[in-house]
Design a protein around this ligand. Structure first.
Ligand SMILES: Nc1ncnc2c1ncn2[C@@H]1O[C@H](COP(=O)(O)OP(=O)(O)OP(=O)(O)O)[C@@H](O)[C@H]1O
Ligand SMILES: [Mg+2]
Length: 461
C-alpha cells in the first residue's frame, strides 16, 4: 500500500492520532487504577476474612494447641499471623517478627469492630498490608493480626501494568494503520479534484473524474465535472458568438464600403448615385439596429436590464399593439385577428413586453405570404395565461426548432437577410419574456405555419 504523504493527509492523520491517543491513555489509566484498587481491596478482604476465621477458632477452643495449630497453618501460607493479648504482647506468631511487622504492630489501633479492620493498605510504600480482628475467649482477650507481604501485590500489579502497556501499544499501532487508511481514502479523491480544478483554471476543460460514490466527496466531484462541462460550453459559445458577430458586421460593412466606393466615382449619374446612397443608408440602419439589439442582449447577460413590472389589463393592451401593427399587416395583405374578450390582468413591463410582441408579429409578417391570417389569442390554462400568436406562413422545419431562440440563428440565412433579419429577434424576445417571469415556446410545421406561445402568471384584477 503506497500512502501519499501530503499536507492534508498528515494534518488529518496527526489530529486523529493524537485525539485518539489521548482518549486511549485516559481510558487505560482509568481502567488500570480501578483494577488495581479492586485487586488490593480483594486482598485486604481476604486477609481480614482469614483473620476472622482464626478468631472464630480461638473463641471456640482457646488452647495452646489451637494457637500452635494456627501458627503452623500460616507458616505454610503466603500470609503471616500474630496473636497478641489485649496489651499487644505477642502470644504466638507464625514467623519471626521483622521491622515492617513491628511497625504495624506498634500502631495505635483504638477500637476495633468485631469484624476487624484494615491496619495498613499502602501496598506501594509499605512492606506489608495488614488487618486486625479482636477475640474474646472467656477471660482471655486479644487481637489476631494478619500480614501479607506487599511484594506479591506489587508483582501482581506490575504484571497487570505490563499487559496494559502491550495492549496500549498494539491498539496505538492498529489506530495508526486505520487512520492512514482512512485519511488516504478521504484525501486521494480530494487531491484528484484539486488537480482537476487546477487544470480547469489553466483553461483545460477535459476533466475526467471517476465516480466517487454518493457521499459529499462524490457530490463535489460531480459538481466539478458539471462545472468543467459548463465552462467548456461557455467558452465555445463565446467564440461562436464572437465569430457570428464579426461575420454579421462584415456583410453590411462590405455593402456599405462597396457602394460608397462606386457612389464616389465622378462619372456616374445622379439617380444611380442616389440608389447607392439609399442602399448605404439602409445597411447602416440595419447595423444600428443590430448594435442596439446586441447592446440589449449584453445588458441582459449582465442582469443590468431594468424591468418595471406593473399590473396590466392584458386584452386592452394587446388590442393597442395590434392597432399599431395593423398598417404593416395591411401593406402585406395579411389579415390580423385579435381574440381576447376576457378580463385578465398580468404583471409585466409594458414597454419590454411590447418589444416581444412586436418581434413576434414582425416575424409573422416577414415569414408569411399574402392572403394569410395571423391570430393573436389569449387563453387561461391552469392558473396561467397563454398568449398565442399563430400564423399560416412558411413554418419552421423540425430540425431547426431546437435552435430557433439562439442568437444569430436563422433558418435560411440568405433569405432572412434579404428580409432584413439578423437572427437576434427571437433570442431577445425569449429573454424578455423570462425577465417578465414568463416562458416561451414554439410549435411549427414547415409549409403550414408557426405558433408562438407565451405563458405568464395571472394576477387578481
Ligand atoms: N413566424 C415564423 N415563421 C417562420 N419562420 C420563422 C418565424 N419566426 C422566426 N422564424 C425563423 O426563425 C429565425 C429567427 O428569428 P428571429 O426573429 O430571431 O430573427 P430574424 O427575424 O431573422 O431577425 P430579426 O428579428 O433579428 O430582425 C428567422 O430567421 C426565421 O428563419
Ligand atoms: Mg425577427
Amino acid at each position: 500500500m503506497v500512502i501519499p504523504i501530503n499536507k492534508i493527509t498528515l494534518k488529518l492523520g496527526l489530529w486523529f492520532f493524537f485525539v485518539m491517543l489521548i482518549v486511549e491513555v485516559c481510558l487505560f489509566f482509568f481502567l488500570h487504577t480501578n483494577m488495581v484498587k479492586d485487586r488490593v481491596e480483594e486482598e485486604l478482604t481476604a486477609l481480614q476474612a482469614r483473620g476472622n476465621s482464626h478468631r472464630d477458632v480461638l473463641e471456640d477452643v482457646y488452647h495452646e494447641d489451637t494457637l500452635r495449630h494456627i501458627a503452623v497453618m500460616e507458616q505454610n501460607a503466603d500470609t503471616e499471623v500474630i496473636i497478641t493479648d489485649q496489651e499487644k504482647n505477642i502470644i504466638i506468631s507464625s514467623s519471626k517478627l521483622d521491622k515492617g511487622e513491628q511497625a504495624i504492630l506498634s500502631k495505635n489501633i483504638n477500637t476495633v469492630p468485631r469484624n476487624g479492620k484494615v491496619l495498613e493498605q499502602e501496598w506501594r510504600s509499605e512492606e506489608y498490608i495488614s488487618t486486625v480482628s479482636p477475640y474474646t475467649a472467656g477471660e482471655q482477650q486479644g487481637y489476631v493480626f494478619m500480614f501479607k507481604s506487599t511484594s506479591q501485590v506489587q508483582d501482581l500489579i506490575s504484571r497487570l501494568t505490563r499487559h496494559f502497556l502491550v495492549a496500549g501499544v498494539l491498539t496505538a499501532a492498529l489506530l495508526l494503520l486505520t487512520i492512514l487508511f482512512l485519511t488516504k481514502s478521504v484525501t486521494t479523491p480530494l487531491i484528484r479534484m484539486k488537480k482537476a480544478t487546477e487544470k480547469l483554471s489553466k483553461g483545460d476543460f477535459s476533466v475526467d473524474l471517476p465516480d466517487m460514490g454518493e457521499d459529499e466527496l462524490g457530490e463535489l466531484s460531480r459538481s466539478i465535472t458539471v462545472l468543467a462541462r459548463d465552462l467548456k460550453h461557455l467558452k465555445e459559445e463565446r467564440s461562436e458568438f464572437l465569430s457570428s458577430i464579426s461575420h454579421e458586421l462584415r456583410t453590411p460593412l462590405t455593402y456599405i464600403k462597396g457602394y460608397a466606393d462606386v457612389a464616389r466615382r465622378k462619372n456616374i449619374e445622379g439617380s444611380e448615385r442616389d440608389r447607392y446612397l439609399d442602399i448605404i443608408y439602409e445597411e447602416s440602419e440595419k447595423l444600428t439596429d443590430m448594435v442596439k439589439d446586441l447592446f440589449d442582449l449584453a445588458k441582459m447577460d449582465q442582469n443590468m436590464f431594468v424591468i418595471h413590472r406593473e399590473k396590466v389589463q392584458l386584452c386592452a393592451y394587446l388590442r393597442g399593439i395590434c392597432e399599431k401593427m395593423r398598417p404593416a399587416f395591411k401593406e402585406k395583405g395579411i389579415e390580423l385577428e385579435a381574440d381576447c374578450q376576457k378580463e385578465i390582468h398580468v404583471m409585466i413591463d409594458p414597454l419590454r413586453f411590447e418589444q416581444v410582441l412586436l418581434n413576434l408579429l414582425d416575424n409573422a409578417i416577414k415569414y408569411s405570404g399574402s392572403s394569410t391570417k395571423v391570430t393573436l389569442s389569449v387563453k387561461r390554462e391552469k392558473g396561467e395565461v397563454v398568449i398565442e400568436i399563430k400564423d399560416e406562413g412558411r413554418g419552421i422545419p423540425e430540425e431547426h426548432l431546437p435552435f430557433i431562440f439562439e442568437r444569430f440563428y436563422r433558418v435560411d440565412k440568405s433569405r432572412s437577410r434579404d428580409l432584413g433579419g439578423t437572427g437576434l429577434g427571437l433570442s431577445i424576445a425569449k429573454e424578455l419574456v423570462e425577465a417578465n417571469k414568463g416562458r416561451m415556446e414554439v410549435k411549427s410545421e414547415a409549409g403550414k405555419g408557426s405558433t408562438f406561445l407565451i405563458w405568464i402568471e395571472e394576477v387578481a384584477g
